[in-house]
Design a protein around this ligand. Structure first.
Ligand SMILES: Nc1ncnc2c1ncn2[C@@H]1O[C@H](COP(=O)(O)OP(=O)(O)OP(=O)(O)O)[C@@H](O)[C@H]1O
Ligand SMILES: [Mg+2]
Length: 148
């Protein structure tokens, strides 16, 4: 695989910025459409990007969202500066949420974001350091016909 076949883009996400919430995942989705990724994979990737972005907006200070596209896969790396997750196993459970009343009123806080990320990814890694931040690494595998 040559480097010309690689597309990399980095986006910044700001914690607490509900006004722009969803804008990074929208851009990521547009890029995937432009390069002709299979719609069913775009659908899964868009869910993952949105849920990861919202978690940064809700819980972290800021993050970098790195998108890397190669002929074989889509890779997302979302690395935030924030409080971290003390118990990842608990956070991964459906329904677990520390969302505030305010966030719940906006429709968030079902505790389904991380479980949905795992469900929609082909490969999913999460690591976190309390007091430092959280890192998600998510892969979607492409077959030959998935790139136009
Ligand atoms: N980037 C993060 N930094 C710190 N804590 C996080 C982060 N992402 C998730 N969490 C913690 O994990 C919990 C579960 O996250 P998850 O996305 O599954 O649910 P939620 O965000 O609470 O609700 P929903 O995603 O359904 O709106 C969160 O409530 C929060 O406590
Ligand atoms: Mg969430």
């Amino acid at each position: 695989m040559s480097e010309e076949n690689e597309l990399s883009q980095i986006f910044e996400i700001l914690g607490g910025d509900f006004g722009h919430a969803g804008s990074v995942s929208t851009k990521v989705k547009e890029i995937l459409k432009e390069v002709g990724i299979d719609p069913s994979i775009i659908r899964r990737a868009a869910i993952v990007a949105y849920e990861a972005e919202m978690n940064v907006v809700m819980y972290a200070r800021k993050a970098l969202f790195a998108l890397t596209l190669t002929p074989g896969q889509i890779h997302f790396k979302i690395e935030d500066e924030g409080p971290g997750i003390p118990d990842i196993e608990l956070a991964m459970q459906e329904g677990f949420s520390t969302a505030t009343e305010e966030m719940r009123e906006m429709g968030f806080g079902a505790g389904m974001g991380l479980p949905n990320i795992r469900k929609n990814a082909d490969r999913f890694l999460i690591s976190s350091l309390v007091g430092r931040g959280t890192m998600l690494s998510v892969y979607f595998f492409l077959n030959q016909e998935s790139r136009g």
